[in-house]
Each structure stands twice: as C-alpha cells, then as structure tokens.
Design a protein around this ligand. Structure first.
Ligand code: A2P
Length: 329
C-alpha cells in the first residue's frame, strides 16, 4: 500500500505515522504531505526519512490511500481531486461528515456500510467517537432516548498552536494565542465556532454525528463542550436515558464485552478513567457507571479517550484496515 498522510507535520498526522507503524499497516511507500511551508522537510517513518511533498505532487505519486488531517478547507478542496484520481481518502476534518453521500465511520459500529465506491470516507469528531463507542452497544440493548453530555476537552484537539499556547503560559512566556483567553488554569466553554443557535460547532457535532453514526435521528442530544488545559485526552460526563430499563450489572457486562471499550470503575480503590491513563492508548475508558436516581431508565457515566488516538489517528487507520481486509481498496 502506498499511503499518503496529508497533514503529516501536524499533531494528528504525527500520531497517524506512529499508529501505522505500531499496527504494522502494510505501508510499501509513505508519502508525507503538508502545506507549501513544509515541502522538502524530512519526516522519519520506521527509521527512514521521507521528504514532505505538496498536495499536487502527492496525487501524481498515485497513493492507494490518503489519510487527511489538514483542516476542513484543505479537505474540501483536495479530497475530491484525490478521489477523482482513484485514491481512497479517509478524512479527519469536519468537511464531509454530514454529507449524505459520505459514510461517517466508527469501525466497531458501522464499517459494514462501506463499499468500494466510497472514495471519500469521513472520520467522526474526536468527542463523538469516544462517546458512541461506549454508547452503541447499550443503544442496541436498551435504545437511547436522550443524551446530555458535557465535555472536558484536551488542548491537543485544537492543534499545535494550542499546545504551544499552554506551554508558553506555563513557562510565563508571551506568545501566539490559539484561544481567545489563557487556557492555563482555565476552563473555556467554547470549542470551535459558535453557530446561530447559540451552541458551538463542536457541541452540534456531538448531536448530528451521533445521530448519523447510530443511524437514529430520533435520539435527543444536548451538549456543552469545554476546553481544559489537559493533554492526554478528552473526558465526558454522559447522562443517557434509555427506552427500557437496565440492570447496572448488565450494563457493566455489556461494556466489558464491547470491542474498544475498557471499564475502569472501582470507587472502593478510587479507580476511574482519567486523561493521564488514556494518554497514548487506543481504547475508550468508561467509569463512574451509576444509575441517575432523578428519573427512570437513566444512566450516568464518565468516558475518557486519547483524542489524537481513537478520536482521530487510530480510528482512521482502523477504517483503512477494514478496507484492506475486505478488499475495498
Ligand atoms: P504545515 O505544518 O505545513 O502547516 P495541526 O492541526 O496540528 O496544526 O496540523 C495541521 C496540519 O495540516 C499540518 O501538517 C499542516 O502543515 C497541514 N496543513 C495546513 N494547511 C495546509 C494546506 N493548505 N495544505 C496542506 N497541508 C496543510
């Protein structure tokens, strides 16, 4: 497989290279792609150096697959050009996620929808992926009626600029700002841009993408997304109301048996998921599983995952693995 990584110099791109190597994805030739600023820079993969190329040159090099993580504008403009050249694109931006003709895929849930005709495949938003990985198996059994989610999101989700902002603030250095406010010792209830309805785009991604992935527009969802100064992953407090009642021990059993989910839940010894444990791992960690006593059929839980891994790079590469295994590329 000739693999192009578009955005190879970015945070997600770097993790993509790591995950490709760790999972022994059969890369015969790596094509690192970034903006014109980075063309000619060297990127190391499996102890070999590769020169960064621009997007047009990347198409000419005819990769079999292109993993995009270079922002929505780049994807909107370039993913169709790659697709036209017969290259399968898995896109990590929000550009194609809600496009009716594109599949929005979390392999544990809906990879079976993919066909060889899907030339641009959308990777969901990081905070959506970790939530649906934990919720899909419960939805199957109890059918979700309503979700109330509050996120505590890592600065790594904003990219290199935000990581630098936090580092500078910790060191007391004045520098470029990724956010409107300092993030060090702060919590900013503003992830991505505001929409006309008063919610942020990140909050609406949790609503729209979850409904699309679970293939159920009747699920009511409301979200508050907050940026906090952590680096290891996103955390989510999730309150979920089901159509039917559940037994907490069954909920634990289902989660324990679900692919990609690790239950970390023992309050007797203060065990619960946290970004410091999720950091660098591919799983979705679930804990603080408890009944919401304020209304029937309702559950509370705490979900943590490394947003650069399962929330981005790992999910993308799992999609590529599925395509390969099923002869779809
Ligand atoms: P570059 O490093 O050349 O700017 P992050 O989200 O971590 O900041 O990373 C964004 C990634 O997307 C980087 O690899 C960046 O490359 C790449 N990128 C940004 N704009 C473009 C563009 N117009 N064309 C190609 N790659 C881009």
């Amino acid at each position: 497989m000739k693999v192009a990584v578009v955005g190879a110099t970015g945070l997600v791109g770097e993790v993509m290279l790591k995950v490709l190597e760790e999972r022994s994805f059969p890369v015969s030739e790596l094509i690192p792609v970034a903006s014109e600023r980075s063309v000619g820079k060297l990127i190391s993969y499996k102890s070999k150096d590769y020169k960064v190329v621009g997007l047009q040159d990347a198409i000419k090099m005819k990769p079999n697959i292109a993993l995009f993580s270079a922002g929505g504008d780049t994807s909107l403009k370039w993913a169709p050009k790659f697709a036209e050249a017969g290259i399968t694109v898995i896109d990590n931006s929000s550009a194609w996620r809600m496009d009716h003709s594109k599949q929005l895929v979390v392999p544990e849930i809906n990879a079976d929808k993919l066909t060889a005709n899907d030339k641009i495949i959308a990777n969901p938003n990081c905070s959506t992926i970790q939530m649906v990985v934990a919720l899909a198996p419960l939805h199957k059994k109890y059918k979700i009626k309503r979700i109330v989610v509050s996120t505590y999101q890592s600065i790594t989700g904003t990219g290199v600029k935000a990581v630098r902002q936090l580092e500078n603030e910790v060191a007391g250095i004045k520098g470029e700002m990724a956010y409107h406010y300092p993030i060090y010792q702060n919590a900013i209830p503003h992830c991505d841009v505001f929409e006309e309805n008063g919610y942020t785009k990140e909050e609406m991604k949790l609503v729209r993408e979850t409904q699309k992935i679970l293939d159920d527009r009747t699920i009511a969802i409301t979200a508050t997304a907050v940026r906090i100064p952590t680096a290891g992953g996103h955390s989510e407090a999730v309150n979920v109301e089901f159509e039917s009642d559940f037994d907490i021990s069954d909920v634990r059993k289902i989660l324990n048996e679900s692919e990609g989910v690790v239950v970390q839940d023992n309050i007797d010894v203060n065990t619960y998921p946290m970004p410091i444990y999720a950091n660098g791992k591919d799983d979705v960690f679930v804990g603080r599983i408890r009944r919401d006593g304020s209304q029937p059929n309702t559950l509370n839980m705490w979900i943590v995952s490394d947003n650069l891994r399962k929330g981005a790079a790992t999910n993308t590469i799992q999609i590529a693995e599925y395509l390969l295994k099923n002869n779809l590329i």
